[in-house]
Design a protein around this ligand. Structure first.
Ligand SMILES: Nc1nc2c(ncn2[C@@H]2O[C@H](COP(=O)(O)OP(=O)(O)OP(=O)(O)O)[C@@H](O)[C@H]2O)c(=O)[nH]1
Ligand SMILES: [K+]
Ligand SMILES: [Mg+2]
Length: 367
């Protein structure tokens, strides 16, 4: 049986098994088996873990990347063309785009790479169309635009979500607060700081034994589900990525229909063709990317507010800032004077490990 067939078989078994006290262990085991099979799919999608594959893998530029994912002909390429001025073929027939087409946008001083991708369809993550490669690229992005055509059924949103989730992408979520410590012996020891209302001990034991974690301390600090537990075990293969739902082609619907659409969380209705509401989309993109702009202030001069050094929020220490400016700066570093919301005193003198906040002003003093 192929991996895809094995997944199908387990899904079928899960569908026909009723969840109750007697079946919890069995269902937990099936979920863990499924997660392991999906992991095999991810590694085969990226050609053994080396990347998305020829033609799909583009050099990263800029401080962050945004991948466009959606069904064929929802208007992804039209949007890339509008936002970045790059040319990506757009046409009314499906699968116009056949590979990754990169573009760059400069927004609030930050260079952001945008990746137009081929359309995907249901079954993409198990190899339909170019789905595997598309999904492998989207795993490497800092933000995903899930582009939807407002004239198409809303079920398309769920299909795309399921395809992405199936390969370990977690959209608009934070990693579950579960701490697992492996031990040499002593069995599985479970503690929890909040009541566990969605998970029972049998499910935990089934998952742990499926992963051969026979001796471990597990501390639950959130009301986790069995899926959260599996995510915590598989944390290395999971990607927590923010997503914005781009509802395109609003030029073709009525105001009343448009009002209903606004109820979708994390959405921005736009028209790529007419260029409507693109400002809102970029504002949402900026918010979700969570970038940190740092202004440099040469000693005794005014800060340079035109060209910020832009850092990602997971890498925004003084050391990261120095490395962005020049490789040798860290070696010559004595101290940094910081003004802004990351410090109490204005200025405050800090070392390399200090974490900066958006719009801080920094003067580096050398030895
Ligand atoms: N009415 C309307 N049509 C649009 C809009 N954006 C794109 N289109 C049309 O939709 C069709 C598909 O556009 P593309 O940009 O090629 O769509 P795509 O998602 O890149 O398609 P694939 O590359 O085939 O997956 C074209 O005929 C576009 O002119 C829009 O905002 N409004
Ligand atoms: K198209
Ligand atoms: Mg296209």
């Amino acid at each position: 049986m192929s991996t895809v067939e094995k997944i199908k078989a387990i899904e079928a078994e899960m569908a026909k098994t009723q969840k109750n006290k007697a079946t919890n262990f069995h269902l937990g085991q099936l979920k863990a088996k499924l997660a392991k099979l999906r992991k095999e799919l991810i590694s085969s999608a990226s050609g053994g873990g080396s990347g998305p594959g020829i033609g799909f893998d583009v050099a990263k530029t800029g401080v962050a990347s945004v991948g466009y994912v959606g069904f064929p002909s929802v208007g992804k390429s039209t949007l890339l063309n509008k936002l970045t001025g790059t040319h990506s073929e757009a046409a009314e027939y499906e699968f116009t785009t056949l590979t990754t087409v990169p573009g760059v946008i400069k927004y609030k001083g930050a260079k952001i790479q945008m990746l137009d991708l081929p359309g995907i369809i249901e079954g993409a993550n198990s190899g339909r169309g170019r789905g595997k490669q598309v999904i492998a690229v989207s795993r490497t992005c800092n933000l995903i635009f899930i582009v939807l055509d407002v004239n198409k059924p809303l079920i398309h949103k769920e299909i795309i979500e399921k395809e992405l989730e199936g390969v370990g992408i977690r959209l608009n979520k934070v990693p579950p607060d579960i701490i697992i410590k492996k031990k040499e012996r002593g069995g599985v020891n479970i503690t929890n700081t909040v009541p566990l209302t969605r998970l029972d001990k049998d499910e935990i034991r089934a998952v742990m034994s499926e992963y051969r974690l026979n001796s471990a301390d597990i501390a639950f600090r959130c009301d986790a589900t069995v899926d959260d537990l599996i995510d915590a075990i598989e944390i290395k293969t999971r990607r927590y990525i923010p997503a914005v739902y781009v509802l395109n082609k609003i030029d073709s619907i009525s105001i009343e229909e448009l009002e209903l659409l606004y109820k979708i969380e994390n959405c921005v209705p736009i028209s790529s063709k007419e260029g409507w509401n693109l400002d809102d989309l970029l504002e949402m993109m900026w918010d979700r990317l969570n970038l940190v702009r740092v202004y440099t202030k040469p000693k005794g001069k005014l800060p340079d507010f035109d060209e910020p050094v832009v850092l990602r929020s997971d890498r925004c220490s003084i050391e990261d800032f120095c490395n962005q400016i020049h490789k040798s700066l860290v070696a010559d570093f004595k101290t940094a004077a910081v003004y802004g919301s990351s410090v109490k005193h204005q200025p405050q003198y800090v070392g390399l490990s200090h974490i900066l906040k958006d719009e801080d002003v920094v003067t580096i003093l050398k030895k």
